[in-house]
Write a protein that binds this ligand. Structure first.
Ligand SMILES: [Zn+2]
Length: 352
């Protein structure tokens, strides 16, 4: 399944119509969230199918496709379902601060013609020219963003992702100051626009300019996504096996705040993993516990330790005298330990 996002060029009438949908579907969503909660208190539970049909007949009254209403009801149902299974918090009602921003069209959609795509009730919508992969469009979702309206399409097609034969392996150390450090010494940093964007975003946030902040946040998310695509693609093209140190990203973001959460390393690793499957590559997490402390030359635990050690950029091994850049050393240790040298109770057994 391939997901593609079209930027829509809506006329005034279509925009009003979509806003009207969002208004009514917000009520539907909130009503559904409350209903499930109240009924659960009385020990009344619904099956997913029954609940999706609970507003059957309202399509005409609201002048919204019945399957779209069903989709919104399922969305509310799933939100509670995740909560009951302890996978997420109690769902919140949609309102001014967290608006409902998507409208689902759960039925197959005809392929577009001349930059126009037809949706039930809404008719033909124009979009910015974009090539789509061949395949059946299974469903769609209109999404409202600060920069405009988009249509996401789920297309039944296979990624064509061919990579050259190679058996090269690499170790990756995701970091704080440098985004990724590779065991061959390459350091990959955030692209310049992303770093610049952070400054503008901070300015807008300090100035309490809400609309601008929302637009900039969206743009930053796009840049980050773009960065993740480019980096992951390059790594998958170049290496057969990728080892990365499996840091606790959430814990790191908690201790270090912005710099790490902004790097959104988890998402980047996720994308590398996902593309590795398409390209037939291997991505393997390696326990990161001793990577910084271990000398990549002799295996002694002579490197910087603990949180204080994070400030250390370069260090010399007291056992063998090798001089290390902290991040590159970690990446090499990740590669070595991933490639077969096992961590054993705090000692690295290099000669096994
Ligand atoms: Zn050493």
């Amino acid at each position: 399944m391939i997901i593609r996002k079209l930027k829509l060029k809506l006329n005034k009438k279509q925009t009003e119509e979509i806003e009207r949908y969002l208004y009514h579907l917000t009520s539907v969503y909130n009503w559904a969230i409350r209903k499930i909660e109240l009924n659960a208190k009385d020990k009344i539970y619904f099956s997913k199918l029954d609940f999706a049909n609970i507003l059957a007949g309202y399509s005409d009254k609201l002048d919204i496709p019945s399957h779209t209403i069903q989709g919104t009801l399922s969305q509310a149902y799933n939100a509670w379902d995740r909560c009951f299974k302890k996978q997420s918090k109690k769902p919140r009602l949609k309102g001014r601060r967290n608006r409902l921003n998507s409208i689902i069209f759960p039925d197959p959609i005809k392929p577009p013609k001349d930059n126009r795509i037809g949706l039930p009730f809404l008719g033909k919508l124009k979009f910015h020219k974009q090539e789509l992969p061949n395949g059946k469009i299974k469903l769609g979702r209109i999404i409202k963003r600060p920069s405009g309206y988009y249509l996401c399409l789920w297309i039944d097609a296979v990624h064509n992702f061919s990579v050259k034969e190679t058996d090269k392996a690499v170790g990756i150390d995701p970091g704080f100051s440098t985004l990724l450090t590779l065991s061959d010494g390459t350091k990959i940093d955030n692209p310049r626009e992303l770093r610049k964007g952070e400054l503008r975003l901070a300015q807008a946030q300090r100035g309490k300019r809400k609309k601008l902040t929302a637009r900039l946040l969206e743009r930053q998310a796009n840049r980050r996504n773009d960065r993740n695509h480019k980096i992951s693609r390059k790594l998958i093209e170049k290496y057969k096996t990728i080892y990365y140190s499996n840091d606790n990203f959430k814990g790191l973001a908690h201790s270090f705040g912005k710099s790490v959460s902004e790097a959104s390393l988890g998402k980047l690793i996720g994308m590398i993993t996902y593309k590795s499957r398409l390209g037939g590559r291997d991505v393997i997490p390696v326990n990161s516990k001793y990577t910084t402390m271990t000398c990549s030359a002799c295996g002694s635990l002579t490197g910087p330790k603990g949180w204080d050690g994070l400030a250390v950029r370069n260090w010399e091994c007291s056992a063998c005298g090798a001089v290390h850049d902290r991040d590159i050393n970690s990446a090499v240790v990740v590669l070595n330990s991933g490639a077969g040298y096992a961590h054993k109770g705090g000692m690295i057994n290099v000669f096994n």
